[in-house]
Design a protein around this ligand. Structure first.
Ligand code: HEM
Ligand SMILES: *[C@@H]1O[C@H](CO)[C@@H](O)[C@H](O)[C@H]1NC(C)=O
Ligand SMILES: *[C@@H]1O[C@H](CO)[C@@H](O)[C@H](O)[C@H]1NC(C)=O
Ligand SMILES: *[C@@H]1O[C@H](CO)[C@@H](O)[C@H](O)[C@H]1NC(C)=O
Ligand SMILES: *[C@@H]1O[C@H](CO)[C@@H](O)[C@H](O)[C@H]1NC(C)=O
Ligand SMILES: *[C@@H]1O[C@H](CO)[C@@H](O)[C@H](O)[C@H]1NC(C)=O
Length: 394
């Protein structure tokens, strides 16, 4: 797997070099983009890697992955997990030296620029946190389809950027992970709702609340599953009362509940692995986006069978019906949209509604790239026995 990424690096570099020259193509018509693609072949789409070969406990904050503050041109976004992997990642230069190729043989996490290929993201979250392969694919290809650039095969973990290359035609957004209303959504734990400000940056008031809930509901003042259940409930109640534009429905409901559980697993040192996140480690991940000193990842890959019962546990404590506000404190339930427990319904909603809205009628190489990524996404949900969705035909 590492070998493959070395071989692909020069190709990737060529694409990156090509981008500034064509940056002004952003926002052209389908015809013009087709021309562009015809003249400048689609970036290759490496398939996602398989499961890790060595998938056990491992020191991940090691000397070959030093924490470095992001520079002014490095993009960071709403995900503390991915921001951390970029802050401990590789500085990608346009012309890698031989030693950098060698370096790439080690687990490189993410490019510090914050712009990456989806297969790199899958590798990074497996290597850095020990996400299971199918779970990593599910998160990554969902994100790439709705926030990434299928033509250049690049996605920003932060805001929209010319670094992901010329865009496919509107209504495609290619907004990066910070794009509100796609993957990013309301009721985040440590960020404000987009209605109130930038939802991609850490908010101290929010983190104080995270801490207070941990002190009140968690074992020994830690963020554990009980603290997670109460905080998740309170974040929704708060937004219902204050955010006139709150939206809390598929697919956001699934990410909101998963992300409430993640810190109790992935942010806890794998040698302890007791579901109890202490607040110093929590701050380290959420604010500077830094692995705690000497941090070990999970002792075994963590996937749907671990995550889903925990999100169910949160739901059972405080059930809800998906919906949206029509003005503050006026939550309109949308019982016909997929419920949190309806995994295949949410998969279908991502593909047939969210994606299709951005790509109503793709053709040519753009269509091919979308189909390829849709197949990668489906490969992640097969274990759930979902029926494959074909928004653009088979
Ligand atoms: C694998 C690909 C991943 C993608 C595409 C992704 C994407 C995102 C996005 C878009 C958000 C913002 C959602 C929102 O609050 O509105 C988010 C939040 C979050 N992510 Fe990730 N993520 C990934 C992996 C991870 C991993 C591996 C971890 C933990 C190790 C993680 C932990 C979190 C947490 C805790 C939040 C919630 C932040 C908050 O509510 O304040 N994510 N992620
Ligand atoms: C593609 O190449 C053709 C023929 O060389 C040229 O006329 C056209 O302007 C090019 N289109 C783009 C978008 O580069
Ligand atoms: C952080 O969140 C609080 C509470 O929602 C808000 O009052 C404050 O303006 C936010 N701070 C920033 C910097 O956005
Ligand atoms: C709480 O912390 C103390 C001291 O670290 C420890 O001895 C005790 O077992 C912990 N309690 C629980 C329920 O984990
Ligand atoms: C939202 O509220 C306005 C009145 O404040 C009403 O006219 C409108 O029908 C409501 N929309 C929905 C979807 O209920
Ligand atoms: C999927 O189908 C198989 C075979 O019918 C069954 O054993 C398995 O439990 C199903 N899995 C889920 C998540 O429904």
């Amino acid at each position: 797997m590492a070998k493959i990424s070395i071989l692909l690096l020069p190709v990737f570099v060529k694409v990156a070099l090509a981008i500034p020259a064509y940056g002004s193509l952003a926002g052209l018509t389908q015809r013009q983009v087709d021309d562009f693609i015809a003249n400048n072949t689609l970036a290759p789409i490496p398939p996602p890697p398989g499961p890790l070969v060595n998938d056990g406990l491992l020191l991940v904050n090691d000397p070959s992955h030093p924490f470095i503050q992001p520079g002014p041109d490095d993009l960071r976004g709403p995900c503390p997990g991915l921001n951390t992997l970029a802050n401990h990642g590789v500085r990608k230069t346009l012309r890698p030296t031989v030693s950098e190729f060698h370096f790439a043989e080690f687990n490189q996490y993410l490019p510090r620029s914050g712009v990456a290929r989806p297969d790199q993201l899958v590798t990074a979250v497996m290597e850095g946190f020990n996400l299971g392969n199918d779970f990593a694919r599910f998160l990554v290809y969902q994100a790439h389809l709705i926030d990434g650039n299928p033509i250049t095969n690049l996605i920003s973990i932060g805001m929209k950027t010319p670094q992901t290359g010329p865009d496919p035609p509107a209504p495609a957004i290619v907004g990066g992970l910070s794009q509100h209303g796609t993957f990013e959504g309301d009721t985040s734990m440590t960020r404000v709702d987009a209605f109130f400000g930038n939802p991609a940056i850490f908010n101290e008031t929010r983190f104080d609340e995270f801490s207070a809930f941990s002190m009140q509901f968690g074992v020994n003042g830690t963020y554990d599953i009980n603290a997670a259940a109460e905080l998740r409930h309170q974040r929704l109640e708060d937004s219902i009362q204050t955010n006139p534009e709150l939206s809390f429905q598929s697919p956001r409901i699934l990410s909101a509940f998963s992300e409430a559980v993640f810190p109790t697993i992935f942010f806890v040192d794998g040698r302890l692995d007791n579901g109890q996140l202490n607040l110093q480690a929590a701050r380290s991940f959420f604010q500077p986006n830094k692995f705690p000193d000497n941090f070990f990842r999970q002792p075994a890959p963590v996937s749907f069978p671990t995550i889903q019962p925990l999100t169910q546990q949160l739901f059972d404590k405080h059930p809800f019906v998906p919906g949206m506000n029509n003005g503050t404190n006026n939550f309109i339930e949308l019982p016909d949209t997929p419920a949190l427990s309806d995994f295949c319904g949410i998969y279908d909603d991502i593909v047939n509604r969210v994606l299709k809205t951005q790509y109503p009628n793709p053709s040519g190489p753009l269509l091919e790239a979308l189909q390829t990524n849709l197949n990668f996404l489906f490969s992640a949900v097969e274990g759930h026995n979902c029926t494959q969705a074909f928004p653009f035909g088979q």
